[in-house]
Design a protein around this ligand. Structure first.
Ligand SMILES: *Cc1c(COP(=O)(O)O)cnc(C)c1O
Length: 401
């Protein structure tokens, strides 16, 4: 059984068109890295580029780099490099700040854009994904208090039934960080927009792993981090998408001098810039931002559809290997087996998950643990191979057996 799985893994690796991308990353061959959904691996192009930015652009050019090295436009420029990965035309994404901060801009901005309901009725309700990553929920709660709204947690699948004439904005995680469930972005967005509210999507666990289609599905606002499947590095800046049709009215709750129409006019009154750069705030974190830009080079010849196809093949194969290697009844699958509802991770519930994960890591299989009882394995199609998937399941079987 396991010999045939190993042979299948070898054949799948041999046929894998994305397999050659692995050499663009710094990875330890002795380790199976299944935690790219927390921190993506280091692209080889990054250290040299960061050294150049520090030594030359900062060290030598100093202040001139804001213009001569393109530092000032980096948030928009890098936003335009992320855009095709999430199905957005240029000019709608700016990079900067953390995901948490961008959730704040997006949710408050959405409530301000929503305006009145039918017949002038107030829209005083924000719906939030009941299983959201915690930071989104904390920020949505504060945004609700600030805007005089009530926050109502709902299961994303029931948003079409729950959204109504009083709803201003709906914040949903595209892929659930714990279970790996992929939500129905087209259906939920259509229902939200149909009710006259705005759909705000958090793409942290989907961008870089599957196609999002922001423009095609008429998403209103979106945010995401860049250090998971986009491999931008620890704490690399997040991004904010403001659909072109909303930009003229987008009223950021964090207007800073970088989002001013004339930043160097140094005027006392705020006048917003045009376009996505309304989402900027203050001086961008250039070192992290340019590390992110260098890391995005790995996407130059990669199609997101090919990435998605490999992601599903990896997770399917992992499930098959887990069934073969792990004694029955030891783990419970939390991730939907239906492809249409699966992100790029597999979550398994098991007793003693925290110590099981510690044993896996000590044996060279790195995933992560989420309280209270979840083992999480993230599959980054750019650098994870099928033989590694088989090894991870085999080691899990040894640990649990
Ligand atoms: C990873 C993640 C975050 C992280 O927020 P930061 O502000 O970047 O720390 C937020 N939301 C979701 C859904 C995430 O998966």
């Amino acid at each position: 059984m396991s010999e045939s799985l190993a042979a299948r893994a070898a054949a799948l690796d041999a046929a894998d068109e994305l397999g050659k991308l692995r050499e663009q990353f710094v990875l330890d061959e002795g380790v199976v890295y299944l935690d790219g959904n927390s921190l993506g691996a280091l692209p080889r192009a990054v250290p040299g580029r960061v050294a150049e930015v520090v030594a030359h652009e900062w060290g030598e050019l100093l202040i001139r780099s804001w213009t001569e090295s393109g530092w000032w436009e980096a948030p928009e420029r890098i936003g335009d490099r992320i855009a095709p990965l999430v199905g957005a035309a240029p000019g709608q994404i700016v990079v900067g700040d953390s995901t948490s901060v961008n959730v704040f801009k997006a949710v408050v901005g959405a409530v301000r854009l929503a305006g009145a309901g039918p017949g002038g009725a107030v829209r005083d309700e924000i719906l939030v994904d009941a299983s959201t990553f915690p930071t989104d929920g904390y920020i949505a709660e504060s945004a609700a208090r600030m805007t005089g709204c009530r926050l109502r947690p709902v299961d994303p699948a029931s948003v079409p039934d729950e959204v109504g004439p009083r709803t201003a904005a709906v914040l949903v995680n595209h892929v659930d960080y714990r279970s790996g469930r992929l939500q129905d972005l087209p259906g939920i967005t259509a229902a939200v927009r149909g009710a006259g509210a705005l759909a705000v999507w958090d793409l942290c666990h989907s961008a870089g792993a599957l196609s999002v289609g922001l423009d095609a599905h008429e998403v209103d606002l979106a945010v995401g981090c860049t250090y998971k499947y986009l491999n931008g590095g620890p704490g690399s800046p997040a991004y904010l998408y403001v659909a072109a049709r909303h930009q003229a009215a987008f009223d950021s709750p964090l207007p800073g001098w970088n989002s001013h129409a004339e930043p160097f006019g140094m005027r006392p009154g705020f006048e917003p810039a045009q376009g996505a750069l309304r989402g900027r705030v203050g001086t961008p974190d250039i070192l992290s931002m340019l590390a992110l830009e260098a890391s995005l080079g790995v996407w130059s010849d990669v199609s997101v559809d090919a990435v998605r196809a490999k992601s599903l093949a990896l997770t399917d194969f992992f499930l098959e290997c887990v069934r073969a290697h792990v004694p029955a009844g030891q783990v419970e699958l939390l991730t939907p087996s239906d492809h249409a509802a699966r992100g790029s991770q597999i979550a398994l519930r098991c007793a003693g998950a925290s110590s099981v994960m510690a044993s896996l890591i000590s044996r060279g299989v790195i995933g992560d643990y989420r309280a209270p009882d979840v083992l999480r394995f993230g599959f980054t199609p750019l650098y994870v191979g099928f033989a590694e998937v088989e090894r991870a399941a085999r080691v899990l079987g040894d640990v649990l057996g």
